[in-house]
Design a protein around this ligand. Structure first.
Ligand SMILES: [Zn+2]
Ligand SMILES: [Zn+2]
Length: 138
């Protein structure tokens, strides 16, 4: 799929992913859960060259979280992205992109060892712990 448009709740920020499939993953780490009231569902468009900040870049606030940046809309508070500048790697809130989530395949859970016990996603998929080691038989 090409030129997938995403937007935050208030519409101030519009982001385009130039090319992507339908892969969605989640992260159960403490920071994602605290920022998003639960495990954030994300897409992985990769390098900056695959992304266009089409509109509202001035409305984006960056929270510097050790070596990564977490971007959110300073007007409505929507989570926008996780960015590792050293690796030129973006992951974005999947829910911004209607064109992806309507056909999404959900096949990876990260930081599964940090997931609290009170929720679990139904279905089987790959699960990695905080060291990116695969967790079997879960
Ligand atoms: Zn917004
Ligand atoms: Zn996380």
């Amino acid at each position: 799929m090409k030129d997938i448009i995403g937007r935050c709740v208030c519409g101030a920020v519009e982001i385009v992913i130039k090319e992507y499939g339908y892969f969605v993953y989640t992260c159960h780490c403490d920071t994602c859960r605290r920022m998003n009231s639960g495990p954030v569902l994300s897409v992985d468009p990769g390098p900056k060259e695959n992304i266009v900040f089409k509109h509202g870049e001035e409305a984006i606030t960056i929270y510097h979280d050790e070596e990564v940046e977490r971007g959110f809309c300073s007007i409505c508070g929507s989570t926008l992205f996780w960015h590792n500048p050293a690796e030129n790697h973006y992951c974005m809130n999947a829910e911004l992109f209607d064109g992806i989530i309507n056909k999404a395949t959900f096949n990876l859970e990260l930081f599964y060892d940090m997931k609290p016990a009170y929720y679990t996603f139904a279905g089987k998929r790959k699960k990695l712990d905080r060291r990116f080691k695969e967790i079997k038989n879960e």
